[in-house]
Design a protein around this ligand. Structure first.
Ligand code: ARG
Ligand code: ZN
Length: 849
């Protein structure tokens, strides 16, 4: 039970924002590092900005001494707040505290990972290091001195003097909020490159890793250099310090963190070698390196006034990393991948009890709002803005934003005002994208008569928690049309739907085939009852690659949903179309892989639920398998020849082109395994000379029930943490549903299972809750029990990761009454067993009471 003495968590409201009465302009820190007794001495240069008390944040600090202008004082310390009542106009506040990094299992603040010291301060970790105004609108320059018996001592900014063994001093000239502070100390080795900026500044680039991992840094460095050049070319933004450091850390709650001049990465998101990383790992590393680098301007130079503005930096930076990836790889494949992610994570979130606007209005724990809505939908909002004002308008608006707000802690209003001014548009209605939650549904009805083609468009934004009524939004719909032979008769145009119902008319010789929502021009759900014949035309001929893929997806989804709810089978026309695509040698293999992939189990469950059908996880699992078998049988003799054509000669290269071939080959191998019981996969496993091919074969063999492959894999890779994460996860995610919980339980007793490492925890617990839906949702509720128990346990040490992974239960209202009861009970148990604000808020919101 929850301790009844702990005060109920406070809700913070956007409307209550007020600037600080006393600010800090410079921070001088000195650290004497020790695992159990680190001394932190802080000297804060403070200035009064208005009337009121100075209230500093501190959490779990052992306060040793506080002085104001050199005189010892005894301020009121009430829990996590220290109040300085009568602060003068300008003064120096000094504090000394003691902290124990080794006992910091929350991985927030200063902690230890594999013998090295590191920090994670976003959002509110700095207060676990020392007393400070721990909020983003307080921006200060920093001087940091570190003493420790370790060879490498890093912090933000530029090194002052030398890094002698045991001592280093860093100066960061760029004013920054606390959340961008970082410190790293340990036995680390660098891989170094140099980069000269467009402004002719020489920059040293380092990727720091534990000895032994040096062979896995090349790709991240390469991605970093390309990101730097891209941001100069596309956004006119250059780097602004003499050094840019990246550090790989094994125990990390998230992907990576954009600390000024000292990015810290989860090792999974930075280390790669052909033998240990898959093509998706490489792509992920490229994207995250770019993302964190791009934050230097969108996040660091211009930061957020308060945490409600989180999407100001995150949505924009995701949009920028998506643009970068589209330029670096195939734009079409990138866009389809981005939409898949958005639908898998954000649409699911938007349809459930955790739905919230891109700019939320209140929160209890800000760490719970690093969500798909803030990040992915936030990026879509930027994309829509760009579509509405055009690429030139977008460039002008961005230029004005950088010019006007450099050095500011800004708001969404500031951002939008730049576009209103630069592009002379009124964005009042567009701003609803930031304030209204929920995925809009767009209805499309077509009529053709006497040479006039009529499109009737409707929009409806569903109610979400706290927002029963919605106003019509400004929704950019890109569309075009083909004739029934597949020739384009209407080129792409954008209509901004701004009211509940609108009618568009075109003069046409014959009824055309509508290609709606090209490029996925808005994050909406389309209700368009399009015929199979039309969809087949689009799948074969659409000039817009996204729309082409989407037509195939609609055909597949329609069939799978009907197979589940009406017991229908798969028709020859559909299978023929898939076979035509698969064997179309002119089509990009990566695109063919995407076109042959079926909608996920979660996607189908969500869509069935939205259509008023109670989804059955077992039926969904079975139907997908049956569809795969039908496709495999249809491709039959072509499969081996197609695989042969995907063979990549020569040494492994993570390029998009080779990766596309490997992805399609993996798709084909999975189909082959449906009909040969694993013979081809066994050969592929033995022949694999890179982790991409090896994992593809490994997961096929697990699905085929191969009893020995897990042991062989383990024998080969037991000493490699990142590869073993894959091993843990794959065995659970690719187990038969009835075996999934048992496998997960068994793996938690494996000597290498370590709940304290978020990657390992995610591999096992997420391997079940996200990786094996039918296994998680077995009717006996064992999956729910297993996940709830692990989360309650983890919550005591690491609330952030526990709370984040609790979203496995956000779909609970989707299922049948028995499963709903079981999931609700698990949620209640977690709520009552939770000790953190994080998990209490999440479970309470999910329960909806
Ligand atoms: N700002 C980091 C990034 O997007 C992520 C930080 C996540 N922080 C958190 N408390 N969940 O790159
Ligand atoms: Zn970010």
């Amino acid at each position: 039970m929850r301790d009844t003495d702990t005060p109920a968590p406070q809700t913070i409201h956007l409307g209550d924002y007020a600037p600080v009465p006393v600010t800090v302009t410079h921070v001088d820190l000195s650290f004497r590092l020790d695992p159990l007794a680190t001394r932190v001495h802080a000297r804060l240069t403070c200035e009064r900005r208005g009337p009121g008390e100075m209230v500093l944040d501190g959490e779990g600090l052992k306060a040793l001494r506080v002085t104001l202008d050199g005189a010892e004082i005894s301020p009121v310390i009430d829990g996590d707040r220290m109040t300085i009542a009568d602060a003068p106009d300008a003064f120096l506040l000094e504090t000394e505290v003691e902290i124990a990094p080794e006992r910091n299992l929350a991985l927030s603040g200063l902690y230890m990972s594999n013998g090295m010291y590191c920090t994670q301060c976003e959002a509110e970790g700095f207060r676990r290091i020392t007393w400070m105004l721990d909020r983003p609108d307080v921006m200060a320059t920093y001087d940091v001195e570190i003493d420790a018996d370790l060879p490498v001592l890093l912090s933000n900014g530029d090194l002052v003097g030398d890094m002698t063994e045991g001592h280093a001093k860093w100066h960061d000239p760029w004013p920054k909020p606390t959340y961008l502070f970082a410190l790293v100390a340990g036995h680390l080795v660098p891989t170094t490159h140099s980069f000269t900026t467009i402004e002719d500044r020489a920059v040293e680039l380092n990727v720091w890793v534990r000895p032994g991992d040096e062979g896995r840094t090349a790709y991240a460095l390469d991605a970093l250099e390309r990101s730097m050049a891209w941001d100069e070319k596309v956004y006119g933004r250059a780097y602004d310090l003499s050094v840019f450091n990246i550090v790989a850390v094994d125990d990390f709650n998230m992907g990576a963190m954009e600390n000024k001049g000292l990015n810290i990465f989860n090792s999974r998101c930075v280390l790669a070698s052909p033998e240990t990383a898959t093509d998706s790992d490489y792509a992920n590393i490229e994207r995250i390196v770019a993302h964190e680098y791009f934050h230097n301007w969108t996040g660091n130079r211009i930061t957020c006034r308060d945490w409600f503005q989180l999407c100001l930096k995150e949505g924009l930076t995701v949009f920028r990393d998506q643009q970068f990836m589209a330029d670096a790889r195939s734009a079409a494949v990138q866009r389809i991948g981005d939409v898949l992610t958005l639908r898998a994570r954000q649409f699911r979130e938007d349809a459930g009890p955790l739905a919230h606007p891109v700019r939320p209005e209140s929160f209890v724990e800000i760490n719970n709002f690093y969500t798909a809505t803030i990040y992915e939908k936030g990026a879509e909002v930027i994309g829509m803005l760009r579509r509405i004002v055009g690429s030139d308008g977008y460039a002008k608006g961005c230029a004005l934003y950088f010019e006007q707000h450099d050095g500011d802690a800004a708001t969404i209003e500031d951002w939008l005002a730049c576009f209103e001014e630069a592009c002379d548009v009124d964005l009042t209605q567009f701003k609803l994208w930031y304030t209204q939650a929920g995925t809009p549904r767009i209805g499309v009805t077509e009529h053709f008569a006497s040479g006039v083609w009529r499109l009737e468009l409707t929009q409806d934004v569903p109610p979400t928690p706290g927002q029963p009524e919605k106003a019509p939004m400004a929704i950019p719909l890109a569309f075009g049309a083909l004739d029934d032979g597949g020739a384009e008769v209407l080129e792409t145009r954008v209509h901004v739907l701004g009211t509940a119902t609108e009618v568009l008319e075109f003069e046409m010789d014959a009824r055309p085939v509508l290609s709606m929502l090209r490029g996925f021009s808005a994050p909406v759900i389309l209700d368009h009852d399009q015929s199979d014949a039309d969809r087949l035309v689009l799948l074969a001929h659409d000039t817009d690659p996204f729309a082409r893929w989407e037509a195939g997806r609609a055909l597949a989804k329609d069939r799978l949903m009907r197979a589940v709810s009406e017991g229908r089978y798969f028709d020859a026309a559909w299978l023929d179309a898939l076979a035509a695509l698969a064997t179309d040698g002119a089509a990009d293999p990566a695109f063919r892989a995407l076109a042959l992939a079926l909608p996920s189990e979660d996607d189908l469950a969500g869509s069935l639920h939205a259509a008023g059908v109670v989804p059955d996880p077992d039926a969904i699992y079975a139907i997908r398998r049956r569809a795969q078998l039908a496709i495999a049988e249809r491709l039959g003799p072509d499969l081996d020849a197609l695989r042969e054509a995907m063979r990549v000669p020569g040494a492994y290269d993570p390029s998009a082109e080779d990766a596309g071939k490997r992805a399609f080959d993996a798709t084909l191998l999975r189909l082959r395994t449906m009909t040969d019981g694993g013979t081809a996969a066994r050969a592929a496993y033995d022949a694999a000379d890179n982790m991409t091919d090896r994992m593809a074969a490994f997961t096929c063999l697990l699905e085929a029930g191969d009893e020995t492959v897990a042991g062989r894999f383990e024998a080969d890779w037991k000493d490699d943490r990142l590869v073993m994460d894959k091993w843990f996860m794959a065995q659970i995610a690719h187990a038969a549903p009835r075996d999934a919980v048992g496998t997960a339980e068994r793996l938690t007793t494996h000597p290498d299972y370590d709940a304290g490492n978020p990657n390992r925890f995610r591999a096992v617990v997420g391997g079940l809750s996200a990786g094996n839906p039918a296994g998680f949702h077995t009717p006996d509720g064992r999956g729910y029990g297993f996940v709830a128990d692990r989360l309650i346990e983890l919550d005591r040490a690491n609330p952030q990761t526990a709370a984040r992974m609790s979203t496995a239960f956000e779909t609970w209202r989707r299922w049948d009454a028995d499963r709903q009861d079981l999931m609700r009970a698990a949620l209640e148990r977690m709520r009552d067993g939770a000790t953190s604000r994080d998990l209490i808020e999440m479970t309470t919101r999910m329960l909806g009471d």
